[in-house]
Design a protein around this ligand. Structure first.
Ligand code: AMP
Length: 519
């Protein structure tokens, strides 16, 4: 099938050709004719499937007829995050270049005044995050009773982020007679109920997940002591051929700390999390996208939907609390048929969360067999920047060797690998990382394209072991043997056993990143 077969206008087809697309993706093939017919559509599709063009292209043709009135948008797209909303707006600009459509992007963190001025001029397409849209509505700056097409994008993410009450409120402000397009990466009971609430006689289209996503990501886990995580990260980064990477932390404050630490070590990093002012978020993302920065230290706000091709690695600095987040995080690499690598830095205390991830991806993820940081020295010897062959202490520092002062990272940086700008194109494979020599990453792991969410299963964060809990568990006889690890009883997974009995020192996952002298 070609784009010409889908019923799009010549101007839209021209924009598609300009974008370099040859054939429609499966979701586009199914969704575009239905949207052009005016049907309500449920799209089960994740990012990477071409779903944005699947709704944007037909919307442009539908909206080509008619004119916008001041403060009364003709279509509304709601997205869970500012970055996703901005990405959708980029798509409208790209595909709508031959149509004189007006557009407004209403996202938090940017001037209300500027957004109001755009609304006053009248817009055909309004793209918004739920909170900011309601802010404008409460101020009386916007009327939603002329909206003919509503798009709800990433509905499952909205649910996770607690936005559904806002979405319900927004939908209640729209005309009952409208066309609704609803996209979600996953479908469970809660999502199904929402579709019944928001759509009329919808057609369901489902994207076969991009075949490549499941097969092009080589995964591995490295297990180190909590205080060794940053050193381990630096060694991973220095591994040859690591072109660029998303580095995920579980907590926003750790994003800030890790970003500062990497920068101090001379790495070209930027940081991104939800508490940063919007202009800063956009600036950081733009730097990473353009290749100006090689490492994006981020929270899960960046885990979903961001479409940046050519990212060679995802590094989980923390094991995510929710296994679904693992799948979304690693989906930032291995896109568009390119080889991707996902390496997770775990500690012996992450066993339970890790087991949940392996159960979700339905396969064991290769573990770096000799996981202690000293062995990483050996493991990374082919690209070890110090190259002095000195034995390492428990923190990977040269025993009796050179001092590790503040600028040690700069001293030890290896000759730079190819930069992002020189990264292979979509069709070219990314060369395997040196780490592949020591991590069994040669067999790309098949991951489910989307998380399997049990209907109605409440999302629970794995409970973390605390010293008091540990003591309590022992006192209460919950640990049968002194070598048992809290939560596992005697069934301690092999990879935790190599660390022996729990250390007398705090066994908890530290609230703060482990202290380092300079970070
Ligand atoms: P999305 O799933 O909407 O985030 O799109 C993922 C990526 O696929 C984006 O970079 C689009 O530019 C690209 N894309 C969308 N449709 C096509 C197509 N028909 N052919 C090639 N690339 C496409």
């Amino acid at each position: 099938m070609t784009f010409e077969d889908l019923g799009l206008s010549p101007d839209t087809l021209k924009a598609v050709a300009d974008a370099g697309y040859q054939t429609p993706t499966p979701i586009q093939e199914q969704a575009i004719p239905l949207v052009l017919m005016g049907r309500d559509v449920i799209g089960i599709a994740q990012t990477g499937t071409g779903k944005t063009a699947g709704f944007t292209l037909p919307m442009i043709d539908i909206l080509a007829e008619g004119r916008a009135k001041a403060r009364m948008p003709r279509s509304l797209i709601i997205a869970p995050t500012r970055e996703l909303a901005a990405q959708i707006s980029d798509n409208f600009v790209k595909y709508g270049k031959y149509h004189p459509l007006s557009m407004a992007l209403l996202i938090g963190g940017e001037s209300m005044g500027d957004q109001e001025k755009t609304l006053d001029r009248g817009v055909d397409v309004l793209i918004a995050t739920p909170g900011r849209l309601l802010d404008h509505f409460e101020r009386g700056r916007i009327l939603l009773n002329d909206v003919k097409i509503l798009v709800i994008d990433e509905a499952d993410r909205m649910l996770d982020m607690g936005f559904i009450p806002d979405v319900e409120r927004i939908v209640s402000l729209l005309p009952k007679i409208r066309q609704t397009l609803f996209f979600s990466a996953t479908m469970n009971e809660e999502i199904r109920k929402l579709t019944e609430q928001f759509l009329m006689n919808p057609k369901v289209v489902q994207a076969t997940p991009p075949a490549t996503a499941a097969t092009t990501i080589a995964q591995a886990v490295v297990i180190v002591r909590p205080e060794d995580k940053r050193e381990c990260l630096r060694r991973l980064i220095r591994a040859e051929h690591l072109v660029n990477a998303f580095i995920f932390c579980n907590r926003k404050r750790d994003v800030d700390i890790l970003f500062k630490s990497l920068t101090k070590h001379g790495f070209n990093a930027v940081g991104l999390h939800g508490d940063m002012p919007q202009p800063k978020r956009m600036e950081m993302l733009a730097k990473f996208k353009s290749g100006e920065a090689e490492y994006l230290v981020c929270s899960d706000v960046a885990a979903r939907g961001l479409d940046i091709t050519g990212v060679s690695h995802v590094i989980n600095f923390d094991v995510p609390f929710n296994p679904e987040d693992y799948v979304h995080r690693i989906g930032r690499t291995g896109r568009a048929g390119k080889q991707g690598h996902a390496v997770t830095i775990a500690t012996p205390y992450d066993g339970k969360a890790w087991a949940a991830i392996e159960s979700l991806v339905k396969q064991p993820i290769p573990i770096l067999a000799e996981a202690a940081i000293e062995d990483l020295k050996v493991a990374f010897s082919s690209s070890d920047a110090e190259g002095d062959g000195a034995p390492r202490g428990p923190r990977g520092r040269a025993k009796g060797g050179r001092s590790h002062g503040k600028d040690r990272g700069r001293d030890r940086k290896p000759a730079r690998k190819p930069r992002y700008a020189q990264a292979p194109t979509v069709d070219g494979p990314v060369a395997p990382v040196a780490a592949a020599e020591i991590m069994p990453m040669t067999q790309p792991a098949a991951i489910p394209a989307e998380p399997v969410v049990q209907p109605d299963a409440p999302r629970r964060e794995p409970r973390r072991s605390r010293p008091s809990q540990d003591k309590w568990a022992r006192d209460a006889g919950r640990m049968d043997h002194p070598d048992d690890v809290l939560g596992f009883g005697s069934a301690v997974p092999a990879f935790l056993q190599q660390f022996g009995p729990p250390r007398p020192r705090s066994p908890e996952i530290p609230e703060e990143l482990p202290a380092e002298d300079e970070a």
